[in-house]
Design a protein around this ligand. Structure first.
Ligand SMILES: [Zn+2]
Length: 97
């Protein structure tokens, strides 16, 4: 058994090593998507109707925080989610509305 010292094993090692060298830049490149930064947004929902609003995160926002009466139905509004989105995706989102 020449598991660790044999020349065959050495060739295999170099084969794997060169494969990693070849794949490494591809992996790195695919990961570095052009994300400028992250933006934190707050999702506001209404208990009474389907009203849903995504606005910029404001200091003091937290999930299930009550935000007062809804313009549409006068029921209470609350924060249903707070999350960060990449800046490059923000433009796509804003185009939807
Ligand atoms: Zn409402």
């Amino acid at each position: 058994m020449d598991l660790f010292t044999g020349t065959r094993n050495q060739k295999l090692f170099y084969a794997i090593f060169s494969l990693i060298i070849a794949i490494y830049p591809v992996v790195m490149f695919s990961r570095s998507k052009p994300v400028i930064g992250y933006k934190t947004v707050t999702v506001v929902n209404c208990y009474g109707c389907d009203h849903r609003e995504v606005r910029d995160f404001q200091k003091g926002d937290y999930i299930f925080k009550k935000l007062g009466a809804c313009d549409a139905c006068n029921s209470e509004q609350y924060i249903s989610a707070v999350y960060s989105i990449p800046m490059s995706k923000v433009k796509e989102k804003e185009e939807e509305f």
